[in-house]
Ligand binder design. Structure first.
Ligand code: DI6
Ligand code: FE
Length: 397
């Protein structure tokens, strides 16, 4: 198949958009075979089935590399509590917050969880997402953690999207282990990780390293199991305070360290040394009315790739718009529109350990977005407007 009359944003390298004004893409099944100016189409592709894209903007498809999109219930009541003066930490310590979603997720059956999740997934797809990372972590018991991960896998059977799962057993201490978090790690979290892994439900292992969750010693025990199983790790680090999660993630060569508002220049340097992506999540920053900005300039100075994601979850980021996230990254974090687009494409792929996604180049997946837009900066610039014309997943329009 040949796509012609396209204004290409190839993101060939990280320096610029890699624009090709009157461009063409030759697809070989699910892969990109050739990319270049219309004048240079090699003879072997000239007779292929051709789609004229009418001069529209084409970018790599978007990748949402950090979501908690499978969960029961919602937290509108907590939202209202916070607006009446309670802080996120107070709500969490009072047994609300993550734990209220845990209760709702334990109660929900697989079909209900899937139906709920698909409505959110569909919103992501409507804005051009082709890969979604989905975390467990609202079960905090063996059965519910596995249930969440099975639902995550089923999303890929129900929709044309690729799903990557992360086991997040170390997300919060469940009420039944309130006084014995170490026993939770040993008796529930680690055995559930092994059970989920043997059911092929786990692509990576995540944790929440925070005062209201787990310390570096506890996360280290979970990461050691991941290493034994040959699974990559990632970590929620330095979201509300700095307790050393970023350096721990770097030590384990994590795919990504996520949130990072309280990360320091030294943390950025550690990420650079381990090749770990810094994933920033402006939806949670916005919702929690955080004022501590992630050290974007330090990431730039040390050459740390920056990814963006919705962090779609019922508490700190009830948000399903990657385009709004790109806008927030620019307006709140002063990232450039180029950095925002790289963050939702090539760097998001890197944060998931996925090769050959997030750029338009030969050998890359034919996951593409066709937009009713003239320039890629338009994607970050608008709010509440969706210019997607066509989503292409694995070469299928
Ligand atoms: N950090 C977050 O922002 C989400 N999880 C985490 O570790 C919040 C999850 C929630 O509030 O339900
Ligand atoms: Fe998260």
């Amino acid at each position: 198949m040949l796509l012609t009359n396209a204004h290409l944003t190839t993101l060939r390298d990280n320096r610029d958009y890699g624009l090709i004004e009157n461009g063409a893409i030759a697809l070989d099944g699910a892969q990109i075979a050739w990319v270049g100016p219309a004048g240079g189409i090699p003879p072997e592709y000239q007779s292929a089935e051709t789609h004229d894209l009418g001069g529209r903007l084409v970018t790599p498809a978007l990748i949402d590399c950090h979501t908690h999109i499978v969960f029961g219930g919602n937290r509108a009541a907590e939202f209202e509590l916070r607006l009446n003066g309670a802080s996120y930490e107070e709500v969490a310590r009072a047994g609300g917050g993550i734990l209220s979603t845990v209760a709702a997720t334990r109660r929900a059956d697989e079909t209900a969880l899937l139906e709920d999740a698909l409505r959110r997934v569909d919103t992501l797809l409507s804005e051009g997402v082709t890969v979604i990372e989905v975390k467990s972590g609202y079960g905090l018991d063996n059965d519910t953690e596995l249930k969440m991960l099975r639902v995550a896998r089923r999303i890929a059977q129900e929709r044309s999207v690729q799903i990557r799962t992360s086991f997040l057993g170390a997300h919060a201490v469940p009420p039944e282990y309130k006084k014995t978090p170490d026993a939770y790690i040993d008796d529930v979290c680690i055995p559930a990780l092994h059970a989920a892994h043997s059911d092929c439900l786990v692509d990576a292992v995540d944790g929440f390293c925070e005062g209201i969750a787990f310390d570096t010693k506890q996360i280290r025990r979970v990461f050691d199991e991941a290493v034994q199983l040959g699974l990559p790790v990632k970590l929620h680090a330095e979201q509300l305070s700095n307790i050393g999660g970023t350096r721990l993630a770097a030590e384990y060569g994590a795919l990504s360290a996520d949130h990072l508002e309280y990360a320091t220049n030294a943390d950025a340097k550690a990420l650079a040394g381990s090749g770990t992506v810094a994933t920033v999540l402006p939806g949670a920053f916005y919702t929690l009315r955080e004022t501590q900005l992630p050290p974007i300039q330090a990431f730039r100075d040390h050459g740390v790739p920056i990814a963006l994601a919705t962090d779609c979850n019922p508490g700190s980021s009830p948000l399903t718009s990657p385009l709004l996230i790109m806008n927030m990254a620019c307006t709140l974090f002063r990232m450039t529109p180029l950095e925002a687009l790289l963050g939702m494409t090539a760097h998001a792929a890197q944060a998931l350990g996925l090769k050959n996604r997030g750029r338009i180049a030969p050998g890359y997946r034919a996951d593409l977005c066709v937009w009713d837009a003239a320039h890629p900066a338009e994607l970050s610039y608008r709010m509440g407007f969706n210019p997607l014309h066509t989503r292409i997943f694995r070469g299928v329009l």
